[in-house]
Design a binder for this molecule. Sequence first.
Ligand code: FE2
Length: 334
Amino acid sequence: MSIPKPVYNPPFNVTRASHSVLTVKDLAVSRNFYVDLIGFIVSDEDKDTIYLRGVAEACHHSLVLKRARGEPEAERVGMRVFTEEDLEKAKAFFDKAGLPAKWVEVPYQGRTLHVSDVSGAPIEFCATMDVKPRLVVAFEYHHGAVPQRIDHFQLLVPDVQKACEFWMSMGFRLSEYISPDGTEDLLFVFLQRKGNPHDIVFAPGTGPRLHHAAFGIPESYHFFYVCDLAANMGFAANIEYGPGRHGPGHALFVYMRDPDGHRIELFNTHYQMMDIENEPVRWNLSYMRTRPWGFPPQRKWFEEASIFRGVAPREPAHKGNPMTLERFLLEQGA
Ligand SMILES: [Fe+2]
């Protein structure tokens, strides 16, 4: 195994992680979680769909909730490309790779391309969206965790190396990675286009499945405030992991499960990663045992994720033995 070479002149210009589309059993319950607790802004809604954005976003939506027909699922994750011409180039790229790619109409978005990546994950690209007021200094609309903007997605995939090679061939750069000590095996990869450490993260597991969508929040205070508010609103059990401090990226974080089990990450701080001499940062897997403070996540954080509609997850060739909280406590003799 080796780190794929970066592609500095990509076949088309992806600019950033853009949005995800989730299905939920009860829109009113989800609205209570995402709007009344977390603090998302409602851009539009009807009886079947709620379109949400963060307070720093001028795009129409970064999270779409649709009424589920059956079990809740992730429908798709969205990436923005810069121009309509980039969309055409993306279509040609996926056609050449022999992967599904078709034009679709999506409300509030410009022309949209639906594709499946090399792992089978359903991705959509668009160059434009309807524009809404950016509410970053409209403090009367700030509430809960005050989500600012979408930052990245994390997907579980059965072959992280293969996913990394494919996304790097689209021009994504490897910012950080976790490898077993003494190897260059890519266990976790953090890939980016927008110039901070993440737009999409691939982790090993049964997949493709959506592990989480992550949204930036403004202050460390908001981690504790949103957890207190969650407890008061009956969502204490939805706080899954954190507040804590990441190793890779060094952000503060809290992971929450929505009423349908979809996971979101709220986090703050990130550094820039855009200069040509910036090399990927390596983390040894043993870091999870030797981190300066904090505990590993529970086993369910590693194993549970949202199924993509119509995509049967595949098992990885080798099942890992992640440093779960349960394993950590056992090894500590707790
Ligand atoms: Fe994340």
